[in-house]
Every structure is written in C-alpha cells, then in structure tokens.
Design a protein around this ligand. Structure first.
Ligand code: IPM
Ligand code: MG
Length: 352
C-alpha cells in the first residue's frame, strides 16, 4: 500500500508525540512493505504565530490531498486567558473537522490490565471496561449560531435530521460489529435538539433488531460511567456531550495519555489523541506518546491493515508490561522514561 500522510503536530507537546507517531508508522510500513510519505502542515497557535490563521488554506489542501491525517494537539495558554482573542488555536481544529466533513469521532475507552491501579476508580469496576463513544463532531453548539457582547452571549445547539441520521447510523453499525448494545445519550427531558435525536433513534432502531438500544440522559450517563463502566458497549451522542463524557472516560483507563481517536466522514480521516496540548510539559520529554501511537494503530485498522494495527497494540502492551512508561503511569520507584524513549522502545519492538 502507498500512504500519503499529512502530519499536523500543532502546539505544546504536539510535536514531541507526533515525532513518535511518525517513527512508529515508518517502522510498521517498513516491516509490512508499505510505502509512506509525510507532508507536514501548520495548525493551531503555531499557525497563528507564523501565518495568522489556525488552519491555513495550505494545510487544508495538504489534508485534502492526503490519505489520512495524523494530528497531535492544539492550544496555548496565551489564548486561554484572553476571552477577547479574535482567533484561537482551537478554531484550527474545528475548521479542520468542518472542512473535511469529519462528522463521526470514534473514541474507544479501554483499560490496560497492568494500569488498573492508576484509575481513580476501583480496579474491579474498571477491569474489562471497553466501550466506544461515538461523538458527533461537526454540529451542535460548537458550530451553531453564536453571539457575544458584554451583557449577553449564546451558542445555538442546532441539529438537522440528516446530521442526526448519519451519526446514529454509525452508532448502530458499530454496535452490530460489537456486543450489539447501543446507548443513545441525550438530554431529551429538557432540550428540543435531544428530543429530535431520540425520535430519530426510535425510528431507526427497528431496522437494527439485533441491537439492544437504550436511551440515557447525559447526566445519568456521566454517573453510570463511574458507577458501572462495563454497562456500556457503544454510546452515541452529540458534539458537546461527547466532548465532556470522553474526558471522563479517559479517567477509566488511568491516563488521558492513553486514548486515541479517529475522526471520519466525507473526506480524509484524521487520527488523533483525545488529550490536549499540555503546554506546561512542552519540550520536557515527559508526555505520554501512547495515545498518538495508538492513533496510528487506528489509522492502519481504518485501511483494513489489521496485522499492522495488532502489532502496534502488542508493542504498546509490551512496553507497559516492561515498565517502559512515562512518569504519570510509572510505578512507584520505577525508572521514568521520556516521550522519546518510550517511542524508541516501541519502534525497536516492532523492528525485532
Ligand atoms: C477534544 C478537544 C477539543 C474539543 C478542543 C481542543 C477544541 O477538547 O477534541 O475533545 O472540544 O472538541
Ligand atoms: Mg475534549
């Protein structure tokens, strides 16, 4: 296979983890005889500083022309604390999602046996938890009409039927491939947009008779994820709820640095960690590269390259078992490995 990959390292720890993702990708391509070419492009605060736009047209063209995008992170504190900033790094990520039509964000929540003790939840609750959150990614409050002045501000949570139907379809189809249990998460007791989601889900459910479909209010889902994470198999939800619930989900596995994601839709798919740019750690070689590396596994799996994905997952498991871990997941007294050292260990494992 020939792969053209757009690499968008972005801000903060982004470039450090992107470098490890690329190393792993190259090692796997070499091993399996794939040809890979990378094209780097600007995004986020880095792009604002260099060209004044968090998702420049050139970056868009590079992404559009690629087979897949390997994305790292955007965000910078100099914008976070300035609510009046006219352009923000996050707008780059949102523009990329919108322009590439990436309406389906697949966020797997999984645990690693040797890291169960790292979860703030009891090990018996999280052991074996394994679910997918399918987050709608190009609609809702993120993109609805907005207004802001000194006395009033609003964001509109608008969804149309086609937007809801296509994301629910993704949810039902993943449920069919897994344990056939779909939870539609909404706030239909309060929000009109949620009532339309629920209505459409109820219309579609009979077409998937093998799937057990249930409906859960988002507040209740947030509680259930902590009380009984093993209840879930596939959950599907709108953009804002999915954003919030997946940060919560990352606590189940013990570190935000472990969870990858795939964003798919109309154009080039994007593979990215769910965590942010962790600016405080920039340049310190302490960020966990595993979420980025597992995003590369998802990339291969997307293209049907199961063995390639499986080898990356095996290498990641082996690194954890060998205690080759970044500081936030290292055992007490264990040697602390850097971003680069974890990546290199995984590359060596793949090469051998
Ligand atoms: C995520 C992030 C983004 C989001 C931010 C960086 C805009 O939190 O991918 O979950 O809110 O979607
Ligand atoms: Mg988020």
């Amino acid at each position: 296979m020939k792969l053209n990959i757009a690499v968008l390292p972005g801000d903060g720890i982004g470039p450090e983890i992107a470098a490890q993702g690329v190393e792993v990708m190259s090692a796997v391509c070499k091993k399996f005889g794939h040809e890979v070419r990378y094209e780097y492009a600007l995004c986020g605060a880095d792009a604002i500083d260099k060209v004044g736009d968090p998702f420049p047209e050139e970056t868009y063209e590079i992404c559009k022309g690629a087979d897949a995008v390997l994305f790292s992170a955007v965000g910078d504190p100099k914008f976070d604390n300035d609510p009046t900033a006219k352009v923000r790094p996050e707008q780059g990520l949102l523009a990329m999602r919108k322009k590439l039509g990436l309406f389906a964000n697949i966020r797997p929540v999984q645990t690693f046996k040797c890291l169960l003790h790292k979860s703030p939840l009891r090990a018996d609750l999280v052991d074996g938890a394994d679910f997918l959150c399918i987050r709608e990614l190009t609609g809702g409050m993120y993109f609805g009409e907005k207004y802001q002045d000194n006395d009033k501000a609003y964001d509109t949570n608008m969804y149309t039927r086609p937007e809801i139907e296509r994301i629910l379809k993704v949810g039902f189809e993943y449920a069919m491939k897994r344990k056939k249990h779909l939870t539609v998460v909404d706030k239909a007791n309060v929000l009109a947009s949620s009532r339309l989601w629920r209505q459409i889900a109820q219309e579609m459910a009979p077409s998937y008779p093998k799937v057990q479909t249930d409906y859960m209010y988002v507040d209740n889902a947030a509680m259930r994820m902590i009380q009984e994470p093993k209840f879930f198999d596939v959950m599907v939800t709108e953009n804002t709820f999915g954003d919030i619930l997946t940060d919560e989900g990352s606590c189940i596995s013990g570190s935000m640095g472990l969870l990858p994601s795939a964003s798919t839709g109309e154009s080039t798919p994007v593979f990215e960690p769910i965590h942010g740019s962790w600016p405080q750690a920039k340049g310190l070689n302490i960020a966990n590269p595993l979420a980025q590396i597992l995003s590369v596994a998802m990339l291969f799996e997307y293209f049907g390259c199961k063995a390639e994905g499986a080898l990356i997952r095996e290498a990641v498991d082996a690194s954890l078992d060998a205690n080759v871990r970044t500081p936030e997941i290292q055992m007490e007294g264990g040697a602390k490995y850097g971003t680069k050292e974890v990546g290199t260990w995984i590359v060596n494992y793949i090469n051998n």
